[in-house]
Ligand binder design. Structure first.
Ligand SMILES: Cc1cc2nc3c(=O)[nH]c(=O)nc-3n(C[C@H](O)[C@H](O)[C@H](O)COP(=O)(O)OP(=O)(O)OC[C@H]3O[C@@H](n4cnc5c(N)ncnc54)[C@H](O)[C@@H]3O)c2cc1C
Length: 479
């Protein structure tokens, strides 16, 4: 392999997901010439798959909807969720800059105005996009990513170049300082890009390569299915071992409680995510006995653990995953967005079951048990809290409802661990030194989420720290 070309650009962004695009736009706005490299044919990464929304406190959308929130409460929820492992300074930056991050995204025409409450939050602060006037769903991650991409390709094409099929190989170090990156193209030709570097290549929740980070740090979880795309293999972390980066919380990999189990292929390795917003809109979880067993809006790690503890394997076959039945009604589906739910129905991930008697036959659970489950839920909803600590009850469950069921299973979803950064998104070495000109943002970094990421915090993290990294990289490259 030889170095075939030598190009000079002043900021190089490795990875074209939301963190990378945010960094690139911000760096270009601050005067830099930017190149984004991405190993895939298209940019977007896992960011394009996001379905539940992006968090923010004191946003314009919250104010317009009459939701009273605070930075302090957002910070507290994030820190509580992280079990004392979050980097408090980074969380402070995340929450304080959240409303501005929303303005940044809305500046590209993304209508982030539908605000719901997800698990672990004490308020409605996860922002989604309402369906179109003719009822078509508007997927949040895809829409954000496409809007930024369009902006890059049109308004910023003189300032930002996007090179796809370009796989990062290593950071080039000269005289002990990072000065650019080496990547290979689809023909395995090597190229060099010089400039300040922003690492935004995402996580490793689908890393089953030879030197699998899942096998190394969380061998017990490596067998779980994943919601992540094939690109999520932690390349950056593996290929920067030579520069002694500080890695934090590498054993903190989030298992999302609700990956959809496709009845025709229950063991498929990649799962569609049953978005947390479904539970936020009122979906409840039942064990094989037809009883609720958890606060559906509890933290992801707690809900996942309870499913594994209380539920059985799909169709009672030992080779199948452990599943809970997610119960939905028309009210829940309409609240979530009938059109979005229509996709899951079409894929047979949400099954149209019918009356309570039909539900009883479908779940093979006695109808009186189901009646008792619904009655207990409705009584708790009236009192404002149930035996599992649930305090938000978007919809009652009448016996006369039309019922829908989805089988769900805990699924690898997100890497809380990664490269340590400081509040300026500068990459830190294992002896806590900065590496001048090297920045990182998004899921490739660790420290913001501690032990357990709150739903909706990752898109926000990408925008907040991506922008910070872009600004500082642009400044560095002008020195
Ligand atoms: C199904 C799903 C739903 C989700 N829903 C939400 C949600 O609703 N809200 C929320 O906040 N979070 C959500 N998340 C998490 C969130 O989407 C991601 O954590 C976040 O978008 C990661 O963004 P990123 O820019 O750091 O990485 P990514 O968006 O994954 O982008 C990384 C990019 O780097 C590229 N890359 C990787 N390796 C290399 C290499 N060696 N060389 C060059 N390029 C490389 C990849 O091809 C990819 O394009 C969801 C995740 C999934 C999987």
């Amino acid at each position: 392999m030889s170095t075939s070309t030598e190009e000079a650009r002043n900021v190089v962004v490795v990875g074209g997901g939301l963190a990378g695009m945010s960094a690139a736009i911000e760096a270009a706005r601050h005067g830099a010439h930017v190149t984004i490299i991405d190993k895939e044919k298209n940019i977007g990464g896992n960011s394009a798959k996001a379905t539940s929304g992006m968090n923010g406190a004191n946003t314009r959308a919250q104010k317009e909807a009459g939701i009273s929130d605070s930075i302090a409460s957002f910070k507290e929820d994030t820190l509580n969720s992280g079990d004392g492992l979050c980097n408090v300074e980074l969380v402070n930056i995340l929450a304080t800059n959240s409303a501005d991050a929303h303005e940044f995204i809305r500046g590209f025409g993304v209508n982030l105005v539908d605000v719901v409450q997800l698990g672990g939050h004490s308020n409605k602060r996860t922002h989604r996009i309402p369906p179109t006037e003719d009822g078509k769903p508007v997927p949040v991650g895809w829409t954000i990513v496409s809007s930024l991409k369009k902006h890059i390709e049109n308004e910023m094409k003189e300032k930002i170049a996007v090179v796809t099929n370009a796989a990062f190989q290593r950071v080039i170090i000269e005289d002990g300082r990072p000065v650019g990156v080496k990547y290979t193209d689809a023909e395995n030709q090597a190229h060099v890009l010089r400039g300040a570097v922003v690492l935004t290549a995402g996580g490793y929740a689908n890393d089953h390569t030879d030197k699998s980070l899942l096998e190394k740090y969380v061998p017990d979880l490596a067998v779980y299915p994943t919601t992540n795309g094939p690109w999520a293999t932690g390349d950056i972390i593996k290929r920067t071992e030579d520069i002694n980066l500080s890695l934090v919380h590498m054993d903190k990999v989030q298992v999302h409680p609700t990956g959809f189990v496709e009845p025709s292929q229950p063991n498929h390795h990649t799962k569609f995510l049953a978005p947390e917003a479904l539970r936020g809109c009122g979906a409840i979880l039942l064990d094989p006995q037809g009883k609720r067993f958890v606060n559906e809006l509890g933290r992801r790690d707690h809900v996942s653990a309870k499913i594994l503890e209380k539920c059985g394997r799909f169709e009672q076959k030992s080779e199948n995953p452990v599943v809970a039945a997610m119960l939905l009604t028309d009210d829940v589906i309409n609240h979530f967005g009938a059109a979005s739910a229509g996709f899951y129905k079409f894929k047979k991930l949400i099954q149209d079951v019918g009356t309570l008697d039909q539900l009883s036959a479908f779940l093979k659970v006695d109808v009186d048990t189901l009646k008792a489950t619904l009655s207990e839920y409705n009584t708790a909803a009236k009192s404002g809290e149930d035996a599992f600590g649930k305090k938000a009850f978007p919809h009652a469950y009448a016996e006369s409802e039309h019922f829908y069921v989805a089988y769900i299973t805990p699924t690898l979803h997100y890497c809380m661990g990664g490269i340590a950064i400081n509040t300026q998104a500068q990459v830190l070495t294992s002896d806590a030194q900065r590496l001048p000109g090297l920045y990182a943002a998004g899921e490739v970094t660790g420290g913001v989420h501690g032990n357990n990421r709150l739903g909706g915090n990752s898109l926000l993290e990408c925008v907040v720290f991506g922008r910070i990294a872009g600004q500082h990289a642009a400044h560095f490259s002008s020195l």
